[in-house]
Write a protein that binds this ligand. Structure first.
Ligand SMILES: [Zn+2]
Length: 139
């Protein structure tokens, strides 16, 4: 099995609604997305011969994924009152509502599925919320 790895980071805020502890409060992380892509065999002909995937294409996909979540408040749908959402939007803050609790585990799975849809031969996505703590998703 051949495997490539690349990573990209984004800075965003979240909170865990219903959590009993300090993560219930709004706070930020420098999230790092580490993606492993792989294949049993390498491409056998053409421009990409000898590659799993063009490193440039992999890096571009992971970087654009990170950018799409950068400098935002990521919150679970329904976890903020509508008037709170309206007030934040009226201040021009960038909000991203996700249909899951915004934990590193759920981000890892969501990012895996996004990359898979872009034809990236993704094997594992690891999301770091601190340099010491990460969660991975792989099938
Ligand atoms: Zn957190």
């Amino acid at each position: 099995m051949y495997q490539l790895k690349t990573s990209a980071a984004f800075d965003s805020a979240h909170f865990l609604a219903g959590y009993l502890g300090k993560c219930a409060n709004l706070h930020g992380h420098r999230w790092v997305i580490e993606v492993a892509a792989g294949a049993e065999t390498l491409q056998s002909s053409g421009e990409k011969r000898g590659m799993v995937i063009d490193f440039g294409d992999l890096k571009k996909a992971v970087r654009s994924l990170a950018e799409s979540y950068d400098h935002a408040l990521i919150y679970e749908e329904g976890s903020l009152r509508p008037e709170t959402v309206q007030a934040l939007l009226s201040e021009q803050f960038r909000l991203i509502a996700v249909p899951y609790r915004p934990t590193a585990e759920n981000f890892a799975k969501a990012f895996y599925e996004i990359l898979e849809k872009q034809q990236i031969p993704v094997q594992r996505v690891t999301v770091y919320e601190t340099p010491e703590n990460c969660a991975s998703y792989e099938v």
